[in-house]
Design a protein around this ligand. Structure first.
Ligand SMILES: Nc1nc2c(c(=O)[nH]1)N[C@H]1C(S)=C(S)[C@@H](COP(=O)(O)OP(=O)(O)OC[C@H]3O[C@@H](n4cnc5c(=O)[nH]c(N)nc54)[C@H](O)[C@@H]3O)O[C@H]1N2
Ligand SMILES: Nc1nc2c(c(=O)[nH]1)N[C@H]1C(S)=C(S)[C@@H](COP(=O)(O)OP(=O)(O)OC[C@H]3O[C@@H](n4cnc5c(=O)[nH]c(N)nc54)[C@H](O)[C@@H]3O)O[C@H]1N2
Ligand code: SF4
Ligand SMILES: [Mo]
Length: 766
């Protein structure tokens, strides 16, 4: 055997999978990844990593990953050239336009739209070219309530405060589990390490969660709240803050509207009123309020458990109200806003930041659009309900709503009714299997990376550029794929892509106040790199195209492969608020108007068993289950149930149980535990693989069950349209012992009428 191997090369890059932004050292040889290790020299992560980060090579080399466009003929897939794929899309799209008009197309963008270097920066060009009548995204199964509350309070839907855990004295986590998720809308190099450091410097950590999670176990106190009741608990906290004279606005004095309204409304919410609804003793709520009010610095942070629930917007709002009232908003050691090196989120009109709070109502359910998009909960019915305005064409990118959105059985049945479905993805998954054409996305190692979604939520100002590691060969650049796809859907298949790109980029220059001639002369190339460079140059540390010679541009980051850190974000004061009044709005009418809904819920009968979701360190929503090292070992798709409930229902460890909600049923092994509140059961989300027509062989061998068969699509947080994925009434019965998870059924039962499920009334139209 001759040794004709290339030398081993080591590349430094940022893991694009979650907000941890871990620096990786990727060793390659002969165009293969041979090892991935943490990069101790990365200036942000300093050697932190999790098991997923070491598997980017496995994703890249995965034989199941799509490398060429595929066209579906019935149940078989055919690899085709890019041109042939676009031609097929054009035929299908023309058919839809011809039969149903140009308004019959919708778009669904998923969580992994954020991962791609071009995808994240060009998705809005695709959307603009296509002119979709309706836009859906994973936002409405995620943080849309936070978008609504921050839009109302600060004037910008992405102005979400971030906990400053490195400088706080008290960290209160409501409905988040960074031990699994690594932090969300909150990028920190090592949240669990920071929790440990906080406690060892004498600070305290409190976790409010129906489940005693890994994070709760690492904290000083676990408050095992009843799901969906956080808003009431927080109102109790606000009551005590006023009652005990703990309110101080600090440096926001004179910048806040609505303090008096909040003072008046809080009178009606003593902890004693909410205690039984929340399942938390009044004394505990009182003590929590005192602790937050008296701590020199406190950071109260709410995440997905406070969003994907019946009162997600109220809870998100009240978390920030507590911070404002205790002088912890925009304050070191409290919660603060980032100073982002390459601000991008407000760019590229028509970004949703331009959209009004409430848009025109949906055809079937009549709920309004929210901040430029429609609830994912409505997608299936908009496809399968006959009549004018029905969705006939759908583009999806970076998502898998058949597993991730509520009412998934109906969505899976609706997708085959589409006349044109195009997906951009790495895999043929539970959703994309219904597409007529799938365009392969680039693997994480075939493209550059600069995290567009994590840096805006980090209090460390900095940047890290990773060049592409493997060539993309005969594929067109991804921005061209997206521009062409959008143009075809929009009925303009022969659009000049370079011209489109120049116009897109030019509009960004206009928005940033940079003369187009200056920007085009300095940045002549097409694609995402020049957008990134524009953002860095016009950002707070940028060189402004030579006006500030000491400032930064993309080259400065290319010259520093370990990244550059520029310090900690400062307070922003009055400059933070872009509301019409120019002040922080503490009592938006939209929020006050939602309180009666909460009051009604408090007097409704409580269901005896409710379901919540959980995340797992070795999963990433629905899509990393095809990596063997991440799924091997014990079955993780289990129903956690309190030992007392298990005993009452005659359920022993590993027994197979049937879990049924109003929208479906599934069978899954039980895992009795004391780490959960009695009356609550928990399933992980993102499982339910192995469905006919998918191509993820490893995932199929570890299929698990799809939790969202149990999430009724009709249940939304009325103030935002966000899906309710936590606090779903269920019944659990034992059906056998020692059965393996493979006997799981994916079929929903016929609709049943379970008592105790409150009807979400839907949002009042604008
Ligand atoms: N390993 C891993 N990391 C991830 C992901 C992943 O799938 N796997 N997904 C990424 C994504 S897309 C996101 S959005 C983030 C999410 O990040 P996190 O918000 O930290 O997500 P979870 O770990 O699901 O934690 C949510 C917690 O809310 C609790 N909860 C449920 N209902 C309620 C309630 O009504 N009230 C309260 N107070 N708590 C409740 C749940 O028990 C759970 O512990 O994670 C990201 N990071
Ligand atoms: N019950 C319940 N349901 C939930 C949640 C929950 O906590 N409980 N969490 C919700 C949340 S927070 C979220 S964000 C959603 C997530 O759900 P989705 O937004 O539907 O996303 P994923 O399941 O992560 O699927 C991502 C897809 O993107 C593909 N992909 C990976 N990288 C790229 C890329 O660079 N480009 C493109 N085009 N595709 C790529 C992957 O192959 C995969 O198919 O799930 C939601 N659903
Ligand atoms: S998945 Fe997140 S925590 Fe894990 S290595 Fe990647 S960035 Fe770090
Ligand atoms: Mo998410």
């Amino acid at each position: 055997m001759s040794s004709t191997h290339d030398p081993v090369q080591v590349h430094r890059r940022t893991c694009p999978l979650c907000e941890g932004m871990c620096g990786l050292k990727v060793a390659t040889q002969d165009e293969r990844v041979i090892a991935i290790r943490p990069d101790p020299d990365n200036v942000f992560s300093r050697g932190h990593i999790c098991p997923k980060g070491t598997t980017l090579g496995a994703v890249h080399h995965d034989p199941d990953r799509l490398r060429h466009p595929v066209v579906r003929d019935g149940t078989t897939w055919r690899e085709v050239s890019w041109d042939a794929a676009f031609q097929r899309i054009d035929e299908l799209a023309q058919g839809v336009r011809h039969r149903h008009g140009p308004k019959a197309f919708a778009f669904y963008g998923g969580n992994m739209n954020k991962g791609g270097f071009d995808t994240s920066r060009y998705m809005m060009l695709m959307v603009r070219q296509a002119g979709f009548a309706q836009r859906f995204s994973s936002s409405s199964v995620d943080q849309l309530p936070k978008n609504v509350s921050t839009f109302l309070m600060y004037g910008d839907m992405w102005k979400m405060p971030i906990p400053d855990i490195d400088h706080t004295d008290l960290f209160v986590i409501v409905g988040g589990n960074p031990a699994a998720s690594k932090g969300s809308i909150f990028s920190h190099r090592d949240v669990m390490g920071a929790i440990k450091a906080l406690r060892s410097r004498g600070g305290r950590v409190v976790v409010i969660d129906p489940v005693c999670t890994g994070t709760a176990r690492a904290a000083d106190q676990w408050i095992g709240i009843r799901p969906g009741t956080d808003a009431a608990l927080l109102l109790g906290v606000v009551h005590v803050l006023f009652q005990e004279g703990l309110v101080r606005l600090g440096h926001l004095e004179g910048l806040v509207n609505g303090l008096e309204e909040v003072r008046v409304l809080a009178r009606a919410w003593p902890p004693e009123r909410v205690a039984s609804f929340c399942g938390v003793e009044a004394a505990t709520i009182r003590a929590l309020a005192q602790e937050i009010g008296q701590a020199p610095r406190a950071a109260v942070y709410g995440r997905i458990g406070t969003c994907t629930q019946e009162f997600g917007t109220l809870a998100s709002w009240l978390i920030d109200v507590v911070a404002v009232l205790t002088g912890n908003m925009d304050q070191e050691g409290g919660v603060m806003w980032s100073t982002c090196v390459a601000p991008h989120l407000k760019l590229t009109p028509p970004y949703p930041t331009d959209a009004p709070l409430l848009g025109p109502p949906m055809r079937v359910r009549g709920v309004p659009g929210v901040l430029g998009q429609y609830p994912a909960s409505c997608l299936a019915e908009e496809i399968d309900t006959p009549g004018a305005g029905r969705i006939r064409g759908l583009v999806t990118s970076g998502c898998n709503p058949v597993l991730s959105a509520p009412g998934s059985a109906r969505l899976a049945a609706a997708l085959p009714q589409l006349e044109c479905m195009v997906s951009v993805d790495l895999y043929i998954n539970e959703t994309t299997r219904h597409a007529h054409v799938i365009l392969p996305a680039l693997s994480p190692l075939e493209q550059p990376h600069w995290d567009i979604w994590a840096w805006p939520f980090s209090l460390t100002s900095g940047g890290h550029y990773s060049p592409a590691l493997f060539p993309r060969r005969d594929r067109p650049p991804e921005w061209q794929v997206l521009a062409r796809l959008g143009s075809i859907i929009g009925g303009n298949p022969h659009a000049d892509l370079d011209r489109l790109d120049d116009e897109y980029f030019g509009a960004m220059c206009d928005q940033l106040g940079v003369p187009r001639a200056v920007a085009f002369a300095a940045l002549p190339s097409h694609g995402a790199e020049r957008i990134l460079d524009l953002c860095i140059r016009t950002g707070p540390f940028g060189d402004r195209f030579g006006e500030r010679p000491e400032g930064l541009n993309l080259q400065a980051f290319k010259d520093q492969p370990d990244g550059i850190v520029l310090g900690h974000a400062p307070s922003q004061g009055a400059a933070a608020f872009t509301t019409p009044s120019g002040r922080l709005e503490l009592a938006p009418a939209h929020m006050l108007g939602d309180l009666p809904r909460l009051e009604q819920a408090m007097v409704a009968p409580a269901p005896c068993l409710v379901l919540v979701s959980r995340r797992q360190l070795r999963s990433l929503n629905s899509w990393m289950h095809n990596v063997e090292v991440l799924v091997k070992g014990r079955d993780r798709c289990t129903l956690q149930i309190h030992v007392d409930d298990a005993r009452r229902l005659g359920i022993a460890d590993a027994d197979l149980v049937r879990v049924q909600s109003e929208s479906g049923a599934l069978e899954v092994p039980a895992e009795p535990t004391t780490d959960i509140r009695p009356g609550v059961v928990s399933l992980p989300h993102g499982w339910g693989h192995g469905q006919p027509g998918t191509r993820q062989h490893t995932a199929a061998e570890h299929a698990g069950v799809n939790i969202n068969l149990l999430s009724p699509a009709r249940l939304v947080d009325a103030a935002s349209g966000n899906a309710v994925l936590n606090g779903i009434p269920v019944q659990v019965v034992r059906i056998g012992d020692g059965l393996r998870a493979s006997s799981i059924s994916h079929e929903p039962l016929p609709e049943s009428t379970l008592p105790g499920l409150r009807q979400a009334p839907g949002i009042a139209s604008a």
